[in-house]
Design a protein around this ligand. Sequence first.
Ligand code: MG
Length: 281
Amino acid sequence: MDSWPIGVFASVDAGLGVAWDVISELSVPTIQLHAPHEDKRNQSAAERFQKQLDEMGVRCTAVFGGFAGESYADIPTVVRTVGLVPEATRQDRLKEMFEISDFANWLGCDTVALHLGFIPHDPGSPPYPAIVDVTRQLCDHCSKHGQFLHLETGQETAEGLLEFIKQVDRPNLKINFDPANMILYGTGEPIEALRQVGQHVRSVHCKDGTWSDKPGETWGAEVPLGQGDVGMERYLRTLQEIGYTGPLTIEREIPQDPKRQKAEIGQAIELLTRLRGEILG
Ligand code: MG
């Protein structure tokens, strides 16, 4: 397979990413799929999606889990609602992630990913061991299907993420690196972070953003690819430097405006295609 096949974040029904019927219009060879709602997470639906992807000539490179009740309204709300970190919903969501892993397996996909939530920075803090444990359980379930589990970056610093991976200690735990999230959450300079965690990066998002004037307290802004503070050329050159050859998956989260989303993703595909040509030759 060629290095850096371009991809988009797509969705059947969950609202994030481009709609299913837009995938073929964009003519990309790969997608990451936002896990569909429960009623479509069965074997026959997975086989139907797989057949449609085959017809479009598209490969699903990861299935992303997400949960009812999650909100990205602001940083404190993310802390309270996102991922497997909030204790009240942890067991139900773990069960749901097992189902998403099974669904990905029916789809022939070897990668499951998610926003785990805000992992405490201090391994000595009280909830830390339980978060390590739930992550191990999920890794072990994925492992039965020969799958990797990718953690979306952004809510931790590079050091925090490296420490967490060390604590979980499972060979199938990897990283989905999102440079814009590092900026949006104010968790660190993304290129530096990418070099630090590079050996664990097995998938990436191509997304751009601008720093908040109060990093870590309020959001920065997500902007069209190439117009933010990531520096796309430097980002791709750093991916080359760490030896990353996997898909470049474009993520642009403006589902409320599908027309603008499609236009901006079209421009992002052009930008990445040009840079990829210049860098890989
Ligand atoms: Mg992302």
